[in-house]
Ligand binder design. Structure first.
Ligand code: ATP
Length: 215
């Protein structure tokens, strides 16, 4: 008798201040890689960085606009519904309670992986989920000792990752886009044209709400 594969969701957490095509390309690649769902998960109080400039509602609105026509790519507001700091370990514990039969892979760019050992309860995250690390153009830092050790013990191909419920780490080099939300915010502040760096619907929203302008 054929056994059905465990559902497997990928999570792309971030500040999305604002969402840009770098994020959207990753979400599409994850979906194409075989994950049943891709959750883009905006955080409320990011633990590792300054607070976002746009409000929670605005970041959520922009994500909804950016993903409205993308099949299998959804927004999760689980971290926005909590008042506390958005720690991935706690988020995953909540998700596991809600979705007992689902495996999770937390996706991140190499910039996030470099500092992953400083994430709250990093070892617990690896008990709850796999990690998928995506090359980020311009990121030149090499893996520190902790990351090297984890990589040696846990490395997996994409196929292996998709059939593991937690604890494996996969690195993928997908066509890279050297785009960051910081770059977009600076460009807007300087009055530069950012068309094609984020969807037109988001661009319209940014103009309507006069976001990231220097006034
Ligand atoms: P900021 O410039 O404000 O730090 P960001 O562009 O890095 O923002 P985040 O919302 O912080 O965007 O990123 C969410 C996740 O997406 C992180 O894991 C980050 O590494 C990854 N990411 C963002 N942009 C890219 C990109 N162009 N290529 C690969 N990964 C990316």
């Amino acid at each position: 008798m054929a056994t059905s594969r465990q559902a497997h969701w990928a999570i792309l957490g971030g500040t999305f201040d604002p969402v840009h095509i770098g994020h959207l390309r990753i979400a599409l690649q994850l979906r194409g890689a075989g994950f049943d769902r891709v959750l883009m998960m905006p955080n409320r109080i990011p633990p590792h960085r300054p607070s976002p400039q746009a409000s929670t509602e605005q970041r959520l609105d922009m994500l909804r606009l950016a993903t409205q026509d993308l099949d299998g790519i959804e927004i999760s507001d689980i971290e926005l519904r909590r008042d506390d700091c958005s720690y991935s370990a706690i988020t995953l514990e909540h998700l596991k309670e809600e979705q007992t039969d689902t495996a999770f892979t937390w996706a991140m760019g190499t910039d996030a992986w470099i500092s992953f050992d400083r994430w709250f309860r990093a070892e617990d995250i690896l008990k709850l989920a796999n990690l998928l690390v995506i090359n980020r153009p311009g990121e030149r830092q090499t893996m520190a000792h902790w990351q090297q050790q984890q990589w040696l013990n846990r490395q997996a191909s994409l196929e292996e990752l998709l059939t593991s419920s937690a604890g494996r780490i996969c690195q993928q080099t997908w066509p890279g886009l050297d785009i960051s939300a910081t770059g977009l915010r600076h460009a807007i502040e300087q009055g530069d044209n950012i068309q094609f760096l984020t969807p037109d619907s988001v661009l319209e929203y940014l103009n309507q709400h006069q976001l990231y302008r220097n006034n």
